[in-house]
Write a protein that binds this ligand. Sequence first.
Ligand code: PHE
Length: 348
Amino acid sequence: MTILEFRQQCEKALDSCRKESQEVDSLDKLNAFKGRHLGKKSALTSFYQGMKDLSLEDRKVFGQVLSELKANITAIYEERLKEIDEKMLLEKMAKKKVDISLPGFDKATGTIHPYFKVVREIVDFFVGLGFVVADGPEVETDENNFERVNIPKDHPARDMQDSFVISDGWILRSHTSAVQSRVMKEMGGKEPVKIICPGKVYRRDNDATHSHQFGQIEGLVISKDATFANLLELLTKLLRHLFGEKRSVRFRPSFFPFTEPSIEADISCFECDGKGCSFCKNTGWIEILGAGMVHPNVLRLNGYDDKACQGFAFGLGIDRIAMLKYGIDDIKKLYLDDADFLAQFRKE
Ligand code: PHE
């Protein structure tokens, strides 16, 4: 065969390939087409097989024509493949119409629990003032929880708090004041002390605003010159930080065995701005925390020289503050892990 004849044959093969390709409109047809024009029984393959009978010289010349044929057929095949792919995709998309008016999927993002929002806010406030966060166990000794904070056996102040006895001499702590004893012991009579301690406490309590388990934050400052005025200023700043700069703060005399004098702090009601409403039981004030100057007995009981130093302490209820801040009507809601309830705090 001359090269001219070979070229004509190749062109014929390419022509029929082109013609046939126009009929190819599905993946099945394309596969059959591929078999016919690029497969074992194709003209192309038989041309390749014929090459081995040619001289080296001819093989070069014929081979080049053949490579061109192969490239052309492959290009036709690939072009059809692309067209068919696109066609199939369009068909698929037409079937799967997206209704853009439907609501999207809500991603279940977590949120910081309102209880811990309050903890963070208060801890941040005090850490910013140079306080150190202290810790203590929830299973505590009677000694730390009561004796060392000036609540001896048979003291009436035990009545409200002496709730969960683990074994002789061990209880679930009833207030974070137990950490005062621990910190003082650890400090070995040295000052200054400037700590806060958030944690869980336990009492025999159960109604809408009380639970057998709740959270407190204790604060303790001991130094040569920590004054009552310092305490009042600190608490005023804290309460305004938590409830807004517009709040009035009021201190009332009170009693705690571990502080003398003792006070309780109220803020003007943020619902009625102090005028009196059902929220503040018509008093215009909301009770927030207890505090006072550390009782000299407590200093002495924990290894401090009450003539050389003095201090103040305060304790506040985390749950109560969370309930007031976020308008939560039942303390149990803080402990139920109800996702719908918690989701409300996502944007806070
Ligand atoms: N421990 C007290 C209570 O649980 C709160 C308190 C702490 C009061 C420190 C004064 C000083 O009610």
